[in-house]
Design a protein around this ligand. Structure first.
Ligand SMILES: O=C(O)CCC(=O)C(=O)O
Ligand SMILES: [Fe+2]
Length: 361
């Protein structure tokens, strides 16, 4: 077998992967960069004349890569690029994946399976990380012109979410806020797989929120009853999914000037892979500014459920809670899943680093 690489075709979703990013995370999640156009350069070795010219072009278009509308990712298979400083992360917008085992280059068809040949090229991806165009490495001017044209034509989209009013009545929302205020909240973390174990990470620059876990069974029954009768039927109609299980009963509080949760997906670790739908039930929607949901793969539009109402969305969608700029935002934030997903959860229990991890997301 020649091991000739197969390149993903135009319009296909780019393969997702984790890889070390130069000057960044050891396990950078490619899927987390969605929400803006991406220019990728599979350069192989950054020292070749073609790669040098390509990198100079990236530098001369530097302002395009602001991490808001677009970003650049180079992919190198050559450890000497890092050692000899031929490449460097430049924030915002310019990053490199260190693909020393060639896995990314193979998945994208740049490196042949027998690792004998490398087809250096550019790719332009849209904000959903779909492949829109491909250019040879010496055709970089056209790649960048194409990216500019696409950026100029970006349209606002609608995320595939539903907004369901009146899941909780106003007095139940008030009770939950009162519970939070009497008990207080703990700093809230999020989950990340570290050495194969799903681990709780606290990082204020990524997420800042305080959570109060509800333990009272009578209250939990009241809440799950509302969800079963007022939310799950709406989900069945919209998504053909019948949720039977609720993960975590928690009241969250985002404070003005600090509270936010940067773009993430809710099911990307072993310990969270069973999550199917995320639910945001706002408890005091009229009392704060900012603090809305945004789904960057579909645009900049924001979503806010009315008090007692829910926004429901697939846990696989990239989403963020925008910073609260005034007031305090309270929300009830369960994840829903079903019996098939429960088997996934049971199978992954041994991959949880700590029991506390169950509440975070
Ligand atoms: O604040 C929200 O509405 C969403 C929170 C969230 O995304 C999460 O807890 O995973
Ligand atoms: Fe989330």
């Amino acid at each position: 077998m020649s091991g000739k690489p197969i390149m993903p075709a135009m319009g296909e979703y780019a393969p997702w992967f984790y890889a070390r990013a130069l000057g960044g995370a050891d396990r950078f999640a490619f899927s987390s960069i969605a929400g803006r156009h991406v220019l990728m350069l599979f350069c192989g070795h950054a020292g070749t004349p073609a790669a040098q010219q390509a990198l100079a072009l990236v530098q001369s278009s530097r302002t395009l890569f602001d991490d808001k509308t677009a970003c650049f990712f180079g992919v190198t298979v050559d450890p000497s690029d890092e050692a000899d400083r031929r490449i460097a992360q430049k924030l915002p917008g310019v990053r490199y994946f260190l693909d020393y085992d060639g896995a990314i280059s193979k998945a994208y068809g740049a490196l042949s399976n027998d690792a004998a040949s490398y087809e250096a090229h550019w790719l332009v991806l849209d904000r959903e990380l779909r492949i829109r165009s491909r250019y040879r490495i010496d055709d970089g001017e056209r790649a960048i012109a194409d990216l500019r044209t696409r950026l100029a034509a970006v349209e606002e989209g609608w995320a595939p979410v539903i907004v369901v009013p009146d899941v909780f009545e106003p007095s139940l929302c008030a009770d939950l806020i009162a519970l939070y205020e009497s008990r207080g909240g703990e700093p809230s973390g999020f989950m990340r797989d570290v050495d194969g174990k799903t681990t709780l990470v606290v990082d204020d620059s990524f997420k800042q929120r305080r959570d109060c876990l509800i333990e009272d069974q009578t209250l939990k029954d009241r809440l799950s009853g509302r969800i079963a009768r007022r939310l799950i039927p709406a989900m069945e109609r919209a998504f053909q999914f019948r949720a039977t299980r609720i993960e975590r009963y928690l009241v969250a509080c985002y404070e003005a000037g600090a509270g936010h949760f940067r773009p993430h997906r809710d099911n990307t670790t072993h310990g969270t892979a069973h999550r199917r739908f995320a639910v945001t039930i706002n408890l005091n929607a009229g009392d704060y500014d900012g603090g809305d949901l945004r789904f960057p793969e579909f645009g900049q539009r924001t979503y806010r459920a009315p008090t007692g109402g829910a926004v429901v969305f697939s846990c696989s969608l990239l989403h963020e809670a925008t910073p609260v700029t005034s007031g305090r935002r309270y929300a009830f934030l369960p994840f829903l899943y079903d019996e098939a997903a429960r088997k996934v959860r049971d199978a992954n229990l041994d991959k949880l680093a700590a029991h506390r991890a169950q509440a975070a997301g």
